[in-house]
Design a protein around this ligand. Structure first.
Ligand code: BES
Ligand code: MN
Ligand code: ZN
Length: 495
């Protein structure tokens, strides 16, 4: 879909649609009122008939509105006093759903003119783009035949008041960069695990490096052996797919500027290993590389925006498979940090690949490190599918991440990382174990990682509940690309 910004009275092409809002009860927004005047009271008449009350989520498509357009879509906004971020985003989503059900090839969206609390035009446009793309995303690459064409909508004009044109253009650029990053993250997540292997992720990273002139390094198994990444290698040893350790560097800032490092869990399929998972829904463990996908998606957004800061993306990637060479429960391995780990459950593999990555990134002298991982089922139990779990060893960083989550509507909830929980990782045979029992499973997983993050400011995002949807709408969400991009844009602005 193509987006543009415009201002002025409602107007669209012959096969287009004008989209205007209606507040509850039966109260025309400014754009709708203008249209109503041009159509000599037509909209008012329709509303008095009771067909559109302005209830949130409702839409009404009108044809051949005299003096206005071939199509006008009325969108219910709810009460004006309650109209804020959430209502705004839901109204746009409802509009896109309705538009996609018509044959309209273009539309003029006047909802972006509405006042949304204190949000400026840049925010309104960026979020409209994000929501519109969200509602139009389809993953059809693996289907042999295209299904009845899909939506006709090709062009969406976002309307704003004239003085806001410049801010709106900035919002469009930001919104598109995030949308493209999210699409990449979704595509990678949705690809089947026989296609999206560690080697495939490495190839995708190479492609980004070419396109946005970034530096790329891919460590092979032998390199990892030489370095001593034995916890990562212990996960990889059961798989026929060679592991890859991917490092992608965007150097947009001054040379001496310390980079933000983002580390993404790249398990391209998680069977659990010898601690095998039950069969039901195991296919969803193809999404266990969504952390890695969010790193690549964010770097794409960063590359598109040419952000003037340094960002390093790091992806430890492997499958977790059972087999004659696979790690056994009880095995003890030495991490890159030198600390030894007793692997009591081979299904707690994410932390084993991330811990070596965390030690590896010390070499970048990071300003901050954020890791992103579909790490624990326990996090899904704690926070469901709404908030990502946030853990951090630095309060300021935690606040900064949480704020970026609020602003981008990609929210997190700050969880404890108190030393009291560390006791659960005690091992009689190694420095510590890789599991801490059932209580507070998301916290003990974060506690494990914290033991490898002592040398920098670090935040950990457990996206097990937010990276994909199950059931009828099964598919990757592209989260937390919006949060990470927002965080980096804010850093670039601050510097
Ligand atoms: N990838 C899973 C976490 C997961 C499970 C995410 C279900 C989303 C849905 C992770 O590798 C895992 O298996 N974690 C175990 C840890 C346990 C063995 C301590 C879990 O959560 O059960
Ligand atoms: Mn696992
Ligand atoms: Zn996993």
């Amino acid at each position: 879909m193509e987006f543009s910004i415009k201002s002025g009275a409602p107007q669209t092409g012959a096969n287009g649609c004008l989209v205007v809002g209606v507040f509850e009860p039966r109260q025309l927004s400014a754009a709708a009122a203008g249209l109503d005047r041009a159509a000599q009271g037509f909209l008012g008449k329709v509303m008095r008939r009771g067909d559109m009350q302005g209830k949130p989520g409702t839409t009404l498509l009108l044809h051949e509105v005299p003096g206005a357009a071939a199509r006008v879509l009325l969108v219910g906004l709810g009460r004006e006093a309650d109209f804020r971020d959430k209502q705004y985003r839901e109204a746009i989503a409802a509009a896109i759903r309705a538009l996609n059900a018509t044959g309209a090839e273009e539309a003029s969206l006047h909802l972006t003119e509405l006042a949304v609390g204190k949000r400026d035009a840049a925010w309104r446009v960026a979020h409209a783009v994000a929501v519109a793309r969200e509602g139009s995303y389809r993953f059809i690459r693996m289907k042999s035949k295209s299904e009845n064409g899909g939506p006709a909508l090709r062009r969406l004009a976002l309307c704003v008041e004239r003085p806001a044109l410049k801010r709106a253009a900035a919002g469009l650029e930001h919104g598109l960069a995030v949308a493209h990053g999210m699409s990449l993250a979704k595509d990678l997540g949705n690809l089947p695990p026989n296609v999206c292997t560690p080697a495939y992720l490495a190839e995708q990273a190479r492609e980004l490096a070419r396109r946005y002139r970034m530096k790329i390094t891919v460590l092979e198994r032998a390199d990892m052996q030489r370095l001593g990444m034995h916890t990562l290698l212990s996960v990889a040893q059961g798989s026929a797919q060679p592991p890859k350790f991917i490092v992608l560097e965007h150097r947009g800032g001054p040379k001496k500027m310390k980079p933000v490092v983002i580390v993404g869990k790249g398990i391209t399929f998680d069977t659990g290993g010898i601690s095998l998972k039950p069969a039901a829904e195991m296919d969803e463990m193809k999404f266990d590389m969504c952390g890695a996908a969010s790193v690549l998606g964010t770097l794409k957004a960063v590359g598109e925006m040419k952000l003037p800061i340094n960002v390093v993306g790091v992806i430890p990637s492997t499958e977790n498979m059972p087999g004659g060479r696979a790690t056994r429960p009880g095995d003890i391995v030495k991490s890159l940090s030198g600390q030894t780990v007793e692997i009591l459950n081979t299904d707690a593999e994410g932390r084993l690949i991330l811990c070596d990555a965390l030690t590896y990134v010390e070499r970048f002298e990071p300003a901050a490190v954020i890791d992103i991982a579909t790490l624990t089922g326990a996090c899904v139990i704690a926070l469901g599918h709404v908030a990502t779990g946030l853990f951090a060893n630095d309060e300021d960083l935690a606040r900064e991440v949480a704020r970026a989550g609020e602003a981008s509507y990609d929210r997190v909830w700050h969880m404890p990382l108190w030393a009291d929980y560390q006791d659960q990782l005690k091992s009689n045979f190694a420095d510590f174990a890789n599991i801490g029992g059932r209580p507070a499973g998301a916290v003990t997983a974060a506690c494990f990682l914290a033991r490898f993050a002592g040398k920098f400011k670090w935040a950990h995002l457990d996206i097990a509940g937010t990276a994909w949807k199950s059931g009828k709408e099964k598919g990757a969400t592209g989260r937390p690309v919006p949060l990470l991009t927002e965080f980096l844009v804010n850093r670039a602005r601050r510097k």
